[in-house]
Design a protein around this ligand. Structure first.
Ligand code: GDP
Length: 300
């Protein structure tokens, strides 16, 4: 999968290379070249803070020497790793009393349902008992899709009628999970950003119901983001962080996008834990967040 990871990030690292290619072959690294480089890095999704820092590092060490692509990529990988290390944090199943309740939020199409299935699979592999709750009662398709995954994985699922009360589904699910000694309950939620008030009300209601059954729940609120949306993913973090008390992120579709740099920008701007990344559509395409390897894959 390591090869797949590097292959997946190839478009991101290629785009980086294209952005900065005009810089190389100049006689010496001077102020003007540094300006050009910083500007070029601005056009990638890595974020302005990273662009400025790379400039500073090059200005420190290499002034008046020729800048090679190899050296730039090396510096980039180092700086990216520094940003990623503090946010790398898998979801640990440690809640007592069980179940640990994981709310999963994100806009439709972000890869939320697939990520729930992948997480369920991951926890199954760790020998945890998993249950799903179809809290996105807004879309019949969402309930159906989650059910297909549950059946495929052989995990129990609690559903309610379309248009029904999401908090009611969650209430039933926690009751059943507790009775069955389930370790992890993963709750799908409706990702309606179009109507922020409704979304907030619904999430608040889910929280109230959860809190009544277990004051520590939800233990995790995981926001799923689609990397291909680039900077848009950053504004989604901002909005959801405020309305949903996000505790961590999963970024999907990092395979085959040129916008993988947004992962770094997100890490730097928000400092929220990043639990895992999605690098494909298959059930085992959720990968642990490994800073050193990721940094190398992004920097190319
Ligand atoms: P939801 O509407 O947020 O629940 O999104 P889905 O889970 O239904 O995913 C939307 C589409 O994105 C589906 O076709 C998934 O197979 C696809 N998808 C999800 N995660 C990934 C990923 O990491 N990589 C790729 N290439 N596709 C993904």
């Amino acid at each position: 999968w390591r090869e797949r990871l590097f292959g997946g990030f190839k478009r991101t690292s290629d785009r980086l290379g294209e952005s900065v290619s005009g810089i190389f072959g100049k006689a010496a690294l001077d102020e003007q070249t540094l300006d050009e480089l910083e500007e070029a890095l601005y056009t990638t999704d890595l974020g302005p803070a990273m662009a400025a820092r790379i400039r500073d590092r090059l200005a420190e060490g290499r002034f008046n020497r020729e800048l090679t692509e190899e050296y730039l990529r090396e510096i980039l990988a180092e700086e990216i790793e520094k940003v990623l290390v503090p946010v790398a944090k898998p979801i640990e199943i440690e809640a007592f009393p069980r179940p640990q309740v994981i709310l999963v939020i994100g806009v439709n199409g972000s890869g939320k349902t697939t990520t729930i299935a992948k997480l369920a699979h991951l926890f199954q592999e760790q020998d945890y008992g998993v249950m799903l709750a179809a809290g996105d009662t807004f879309r019949a398709a969402a309930i159906g899709q989650l059910k297909v995954w549950a059946d495929r994985l052989g995990v129990p699922i609690v559903t309610g009628p379309e248009g029904g009360d999401a908090a009611g589904v969650v209430f039933d699910a926690v009751k059943q999970a507790t009775a069955q000694g389930i370790d992890v309950l993963i709750v799908d939620t409706a990702g309606r950003l179009q109507n922020k008030t409704e979304l907030m009300d619904e999430l608040a209601k889910i929280r109230r119901v959860l809190g009544r059954l277990n004051p520590a729940a939800p233990h995790d609120v995981v926001l799923v983001l689609d990397a291909t949306t680039g900077q848009n993913a950053l504004s989604q973090i901002e909005i959801f962080r405020d309305v949903a008390h996000v505790t961590g992120l999963v970024m999907t579709k990092l395979d085959g996008t040129a916008r993988g740099g947004v992962l770094v920008a997100a890490a730097e701007k928000f400092g929220l834990p990043i639990h895992a990344i999605g690098v494909g559509e298959k059930i085992d395409d959720l990968r642990p967040f490994e800073p050193a390897e990721l940094a190398r894959a992004i920097a190319g």
